[in-house]
Design a protein around this ligand. Structure first.
Ligand code: NAP
Length: 336
């Protein structure tokens, strides 16, 4: 069976996922696209999906009988509406992060999916599919003993002037919020934020770098450095300290050179290259489940927990050094 896919939002990631579905993965085909920016939709069709129809209305795309499943890759503010419409149509939906831009929006999606009675949504937390993080999770479960602490870092070369201090949480830290919870099989109870001396490379209104400290239900203390003007590369670090040992996220594979009295490894600069395989694996997982009319992988509940945690972190930014409590309702049985 070929799963017929509709893509809403054909900017950077929407086009890349269309390429992936039509040129890399088996079992699915992009048959419909939509974007408020029609030039983007046309560019996507021309480059990666010459047989796809361009829809002017995203809701018409979702409800079209020729579309079996939907990818929501548009601007974050629109995700809630499109995911809810896809659930209402009874179709599987892959939603890029964030699931919604507010915790209330994510909760609305959880409630709609629970009412539908089956998993229909996968959230684009692709790090769970990264071979390095999977190996790290295996080490945490089999080698390090129970985790005590986590030291992590999320560093970008630079960001534009439209990037704000809360975006360091909602757009950047959000990946650590999800993947660390998954690695530790734990939930957060509090968040605290500290701002060191500001980097002179950060624009006037941006506070950068920052350190976010999260505490989990099991008592693990996590520190994550978020530094989005680090200048030297795109660098993701994660080290778990357990009762019996330490496990560290492997560096991406690269050729090591010896030359001019130097031993060197390159550092990546583009986030697209750092997790390139994980995007393939997460979509393959989505397509496999979508062929059966359901969804797998990171769930709406995971998207909701990430949204609640992110809100607490932003509140912690506003009251530097003060721990902000994170309270979650009981997890619905659908996500057990
Ligand atoms: P982008 O290049 O700006 O593309 C977004 C596209 O959606 C643009 O074509 C935009 O049109 C369009 N759009 C805006 N409002 C819309 C609406 N109401 N209906 C339909 N389309 C609309 O952004 P991107 O980098 O692809 O990011 C898209 C989403 O993916 C974001 O939520 C982002 O956080 C997420 N993302 C996730 C990852 C990851 O690692 N998982 C990586 C990158 C992005 P205009 O050009 O006219 O604004």
């Amino acid at each position: 069976m070929t799963v017929k896919i509709g893509v809403i939002g054909t900017g950077a990631i929407g086009q890349d996922h269309t390429r992936r579905i039509n040129q890399v993965l088996a079992g699915a085909k992009v048959v419909a696209v939509n974007d408020v920016n029609r030039d983007n939709a046309q560019a996507c069709v021309t480059a990666f999906a010459p047989e796809a129809t361009i829809f002017d209305d995203p809701i018409a795309l979702i409800n079209d009988p020729g579309v079996d499943a939907v990818l929501v890759c548009s601007w974050g503010q629109t995700h809630e509406e499109y995911v809810l419409a896809t659930i209402a149509a009874g179709k599987p939906c892959f939603c890029e992060k964030p699931l919604a831009t507010t915790a209330q929006g994510a909760e609305n999606i959880v409630k709609a999916e629970v009412a539908a009675g089956k998993r229909l949504v996968q959230v684009g937390f692709m790090r769970r599919y990264d071979p390095g993080y999977l190996a790290l999770r295996h080490a945490v479960q089999n080698v390090t003993g129970a985790p005590l602490m986590v030291h992590a870092a999320h560093r970008n070369q630079r960001v534009g002037t439209n990037y704000t201090t809360p975006m360091a949480i909602h757009d950047t830290l959000i990946h650590e919020i999800d993947v660390l919870r998954w690695l530790l099989d734990d939930d957060y109870v509090s968040a605290q934020v500290f701002f060191p001396r500001k980097s002179p490379r950060a624009h006037e209104k941006l506070r950068d770098p920052q350190v976010v400290v999260l505490e989990t239900k099991k008592g693990v203390v996590i520190d994550v450095e978020v530094f989005v003007n680090c200048h030297y590369g795109y660098d993701i670090q994660c080290e778990i300290v357990g009762e019996d040992g330490i496990a560290k996220l492997p560096e991406p594979m690269s050729v090591q050179t010896r030359s001019n009295a130097m031993l060197s490894n390159p550092i990546l600069t583009d986030w697209k290259d750092r997790f390139i395989d994980s995007y393939d694996y997460e979509l393959a997982d989505f397509l496999k489940a979508a062929a059966k009319g359901t969804a797998a992988g990171p769930s709406s509940w995971d998207g909701y927990v990430a949204a609640v945690t992110a809100d607490a972190c932003v509140s912690a930014q506003e009251q530097e050094g003060v721990p902000v409590r994170i309270a979650l309702p009981e997890r619905p049985a659908l996500y057990a």
